[in-house]
Design a protein around this ligand. Structure first.
Ligand SMILES: [Zn+2]
Length: 307
């Protein structure tokens, strides 16, 4: 892979704090806050000090100028994680020294420009942000924006930039040509057992109520939004359809609930064929418990034969 550097760079001072030749292709962006409204030159002199053992690929000054300290082909020492820095372009952005570590408009504008440039040159089709730490750290669902606070006990990138990550992705993606389609596209609700279990998908719906109906027909299924968040879980807790059982003993207890821990109603099924409309595992019956269609209560399926 031929690595290039951004032509938007105004100032270059290569830091000794780097690992020559990254070991992973660039597929991630890590935005940091400097904790100081400094210039690209000041940042360069900080990263020039070997005792700091710190660097970033790029830095953006308070005035929006862009500095390069580690070429894209090399790994910066920025995010307290070698594996992250091997795959990420790291960008330090000049910020206030205090919470929420606000950045200037000029710096923010340059950040967007630089990100668009990085994505284009490295074949990153779009930026995907998640507010879920596990999704970020494991690059799930296409997530390709990581933050320093996930890897170290730090507030970096500061709440100001952290809370803007969704917006940053949106602005960058709009400039990558994804804007119109993503704004007009409706949310697709997917019905699956779990978000990760793509194969279990029963359907995808524009209409949430249709997705809910689908989930309700399928035991153990939920409706997930685009981000993989479960927005609805099937009301069917167990068996979806009724079935008939043969009972050959005359004194099978009917209980108020699915388990021997529920009181007996004092009634018995008697011998015969009965319809079960719901099942639950409960306690005290290896085959679980069945709810009688009559509404009389629950019986232990151990004493029945399904027909
Ligand atoms: Zn940081």
């Amino acid at each position: 892979m031929a690595y290039t550097n951004s032509k938007l760079v105004n100032y270059t001072r290569i830091s000794p704090n780097r690992s020559v030749n990254r070991n992973h292709k660039i597929d991630t962006i890590s935005i940091h806050c400097v904790v100081g409204q400094c210039s690209v030159e000041t940042l360069g002199s900080i990263f020039a000090s070997t005792s700091k053992e710190a660097s970033s690929n790029y830095g953006i000054g308070y005035d929006g100028r862009i500095g390069m300290y580690v070429e894209e082909k090399d790994r910066s020492w920025c995010t307290s994680s070698a594996s992250n820095d091997n795959r990420a372009i790291t960008i330090e952005v000049a910020s206030d020294t205090y919470h929420p570590y606000r950045v200037n408009n000029a710096a923010y504008k340059s950040l967007i420009k630089l990100l668009v440039d990085i994505c284009k040159r490295n074949g990153i089709k779009k930026l995907v942000w998640s507010t879920n730490k596990s999704e970020r750290m494991n690059h799930l669902n296409g997530c390709n924006m990581t933050v320093h606070r996930d890897y170290a006990n730090k507030s970096c990138p500061g709440d100001y930039l952290y809370n803007l990550h969704g917006q940053i992705a949106k602005e960058v993606n709009a400039q990558l040509g994804l804007g119109t389609s993503s704004t007009t596209k409706k949310t697709l609700y997917r019905v699956r057992k779990t978000w990760k279990d793509e194969k279990s998908q029963k359907g995808a719906f524009n209409d949430l109520s249709n997705a809910k109906k689908c989930a309700d027909k399928n035991k153990g299924y939920s409706v997930f939004d685009e981000s993989g968040k479960a927005v609805y879980t099937s009301k069917v807790t167990n068996s979806t359809s009724s079935f008939k059982v043969q009972i050959s003993i005359s004194d099978l207890n009917i209980r108020k609930g699915p388990g021997t821990n529920y009181a007996a109603t004092g009634k018995f099924t008697g011998k015969g064929i009965f319809t079960i409309v719901e099942t639950k595992q409960g306690t005290g019956s290896a085959k679980g418990w069945g709810k009688l269609k009559s509404g009389a209560g629950w019986i232990a399926l151990d004493y029945t034969t399904r027909i």
